[in-house]
Design a protein around this ligand. Structure first.
Ligand code: GUN
Length: 298
């Protein structure tokens, strides 16, 4: 049976480093500041945003949350971002996605100052990651956290390992592939048009599933001993738990994959807790960079 990769534990380790460094920065007169912005009342976004703001406070950060009404115009949102860009107490700005359809998300993301873009979505940060300038880039939180989980199992140098990333989103798939490439993996990105996905996945020493389709990656797609990282969080009906009940599953058929994998992340409790931890790490790193203090290593 596979080793279960404990994302909660690794996230706690990251948060401990962030909290210690945050206290050290405070002693030097710098308080890391995170601004989280959301528009509208999407219930899932409300939960995410509240937990990001709460975690920032726990890390000793200056934490501000801007919840704007659903009818907020793009101009008003851009004006708030301009204010936050200019605010020296703010080191990280996160605009929760999705935004209402009326608002051009791309324009909003590109309006965030690249050196406060702790989501790592600005073209400057995407380009830095793509060209290996990771010392000054912000890397998107979910792939950055996934890489830390892989490193816990495989070590920091992944030279020569075959990595397959299933999913080509800008938020997870593409940055994940770039991180694995930078760590010397041979990387393949697979997607909905890939031929014989099963055969391809079976070549993977490291398999990252980020497609958003419940249990799509089957047990017999896993190479013996592979490290499997499941980024998916899908809510599916669970009639066995009672009428109208549901449960969370990943993009991997966990039960069967765990029979072949060397190590695997569970859902929940795998990648999920890492995303928020890496947001705190990115905010701390931003504060360190602005204060010209060496940031900690994660
Ligand atoms: N919505 C879902 N995931 C994310 C994320 O990582 N960042 C932002 N800004 N919004 C999201």
């Amino acid at each position: 049976m596979a080793e279960i990769i404990d994302g909660k534990q690794v996230a706690q380790d990251v948060i401990a480093i962030v909290t210690n460094s945050s206290a050290e920065l405070k002693a030097k007169g710098v308080v890391p500041g995170l601004a989280v912005v959301m528009v509208g009342e999407d219930p899932a976004s409300q939960v995410y945003v509240a937990s990001k703001s709460r975690k920032a406070k726990e890390c000793g950060f200056h934490s501000v949350q801007h919840t704007l009404p659903a009818e907020t115009s793009q101009g008003m949102l851009l004006a708030l971002i301009a204010e936050l860009n200019a605010d020296p107490a703010i080191h990280g700005i996160l605009v929760q996605l999705p935004l209402p359809d009326r608002i051009d998300s791309g324009a909003v993301i590109q309006a965030i100052a690249p050196d406060k873009d702790v989501d790592g979505f600005h073209f400057i940060n995407v380009g830095k990651l793509g060209t290996g300038e990771t010392a000054t880039a912000f890397v998107p939180c979910t792939p950055a956290g996934s890489l830390l989980l892989i490193e816990r199992v495989r070590g920091r140098d992944l030279s020569g390992l075959n990595a397959v990333v299933v999913g080509r989103s800008n938020i997870v798939g593409k940055p994940m592939a770039n991180l694995l490439l930078a760590a010397n993996c041979t990387v393949t990105i697979a997607h909905s048009r890939t031929k014989d996905l099963r055969a391809l996945c079976r070549t993977a020493d490291i398999l990252v599933a980020a497609v958003g389709r419940p249990e799509m990656v089957k047990g017999d797609w896993i190479k013996d001993g592979a490290t499997v990282v499941d980024v998916g969080i899908n809510r599916v009906p669970a009639p066995e738990k009672g009428d109208g009940k549901s449960r969370l599953v990943g993009d991997v058929d966990y039960k069967h994959a765990a029979e072949r994998a060397g190590a695997i992340t569970p859902v929940p409790g795998g990648v999920g807790p890492m995303t928020i931890a890496m947001l705190m790490a990115n905010t701390l790193v931003s504060a360190c960079r602005m204060a010209r203090i060496e940031p900690p290593k994660f």
